[in-house]
Ligand binder design. Structure first.
Ligand code: UD1
Length: 431
């Protein structure tokens, strides 16, 4: 299993190209199941989760091809892929494939919408609290699907097709909104999704579905209306930049000091997080080529944040911001309202010398002047990158174990940081 070795203490200086968003890429790839025509996705990140989803889609009958490298393209440039589901050959998504990544459960929506049946294993993914699928299934039931749970599988049936309906989510769910949106595109009649997630990735999916011929209005607001169509066609769509990767590197620069241009980043996708980074003492400026983050001298200031659905502070940046706050000149409060049990990084940060006390859904972080390198363990995707941020500012050497979590969501992390003066290397361990 690979590990990452970091020797902390160097400011980050340079440019970091921001990849296509993992959380947009996954639903966009899944949307290819809705049509027998070719869906071309540009700027797709090279990530373990993208590879895993490719295998799942292949099992349903999706042909997949990747364009070769183009002249002048660096190794970090996003890929262009073509997905074509001429025929769905299998409506079952098996446990062996789905259990490793929660988002793969979302294939249930296009499968039932196009084929009238789907059999999908209950999901796995990051172990952050209980992450049920009741709201996703409620949405499909509202659209007329019959849902049964059989031996760990969700079996959805709608032999005469889905029917447009009112779907009212009692709580904001990104996955629920993706599922409702995809299923409604091929339902008969009009669907209205109330309390829809407003995350930019929902807007990106809606934009792509619209190019494919779907009739959607209101994506990006809390009420989305979908008028079903009989079939969808092909399209070409570029994945939007990853706001979580953007925020992660912005927090890393705020942590180490320095000056980095986050190339291709869009501040409007994560304003709440960038406001918190600014409040902590960094300067954040939008430029033509992206977002520039600098911090030269001056202390890291304590800032309280509460995670919320978009446009609030994202839960996927909570661990990274906590890492930054471990070095703040004072006490900060970080409240997690989206997921239970999303504080697994706390005990690992403590191994580096952080002072953090948990009180229910809130972490009280008392900044310390120095962190010290140590061996630590990556526990989930976002938690592991928070350890990288802490290690970049810690004295001495940190070894981050179990970095396969990082590979699920961060493309070329060590190369991107290494190109900005960080002392970081991947140690490959056979077996
Ligand atoms: C997506 C993101 C994930 C992010 C999360 C919240 C992807 C691939 N993943 O996950 O990175 O952290 O949004 O921004 O895009 N819930 C239920 N019942 C359900 C579904 C969800 O109770 O049927 C709850 C969850 O337990 C959680 C909350 O709703 O407390 C939000 O979850 P949701 O927005 O659905 O997260 P995901 O779509 O799984």
């Amino acid at each position: 299993m690979d590990r990452i070795r970091i020797v902390g203490g160097r400011p980050l200086v340079g440019r970091i190209p921001i990849s296509g968003a993992k959380n947009a890429a996954l639903p966009l790839m899944i949307a290819s199941l809705l049509t027998d025509r070719k869906l071309t996705l540009e700027n797709l990140p090279r990530l373990a989760d993208v590879g895993a989803l490719t295998r799942i889609l292949g099992n349903h009958g999706v042909d997949y091809s990747i364009d070769g490298k183009r002249k002048g393209e660096g190794e970090i440039a996003g890929q262009t892929v073509h997905l074509e589901a001429r025929a769905i050959v299998d409506t079952t998504a098996p446990y062996e494939l789905v259990s490793r990544m929660r988002a793969s459960f979302w294939v249930i929506a296009p499968l039932i919408a196009r084929m009238g049946e789907a059999r999908v294993s209950l999901p796995g993914g990051c172990a952050i609290g209980t992450r049920p699928v009741d709201l996703l299934l409620m949405a499909l039931e509202r659209l007329g699907a019959q849902i049964d749970i059989e031996a760990g599988y969700v079996v959805a049936r709608a032999p005469r097709g889905l029917k447009g309906a009112e779907i009212d989510f009692p709580k904001v769910t990104v996955g629920g909104t993706h599922v409702a949106l995809m299923a409604a595109t091929l339902a008969q009649g009009t669907t209205v999704i109330h309390n829809a997630a407003r995350e930019p990735e929902v807007g990106d999916l809606a934009a792509c579905l619209t190019k494919m011929g779907a009739r959607i209005s209101g994506a990006g607001t809390a009420t989305i209306e979908v008028e079903g169509v009989a079939r969808l066609g092909g399209a070409s769509h570029a994945v939007l930049p990853d706001r979580i990767e953007t925020g992660t590197y912005a927090m890393a620069v705020a942590m180490t000091g320095g000056d980095v241009l986050l190339e291709g980043a869009r501040a409007d996708l994560l304003q709440a997080a960038l406001d918190a980074v600014s409040a902590a003492g960094a300067t954040v400026v939008s430029e033509a080529g992206g977002v520039r983050v600098t911090r030269n001298g001056g202390p890291i200031r304590p800032v309280d944040v509460t995670t919320e659905p978009f446009p609030g502070f994202p839960t996927d940046l909570q661990a990274q911001f906590m890492a930054l706050m471990t070095r703040a000149a004072g006490v900060s409060r970080i409240r997690e309202t989206i997921f239970e049990n999303r504080f697994m990084h706390v005990q690992e940060l403590a191994r580096l010398g952080a002072h953090i006390r948990l009180d229910g859904d809130t972490a009280l972080v008392e900044g310390v002047p120095v962190l010290k390198g140590a061996p630590v363990m990556a526990t989930d995707l976002r938690a592991s990158v928070s350890l990288v941020i802490a290690a970049l500012a810690a004295e001495g050497e940190t070894i981050v174990n179990r970095v396969y979590h990082l590979d699920r969501g961060f493309e070329h992390l060590e190369k991107k940081l290494g190109a900005c003066n960080a002392d970081v290397e991947r140690l490959s361990n056979p077996g």
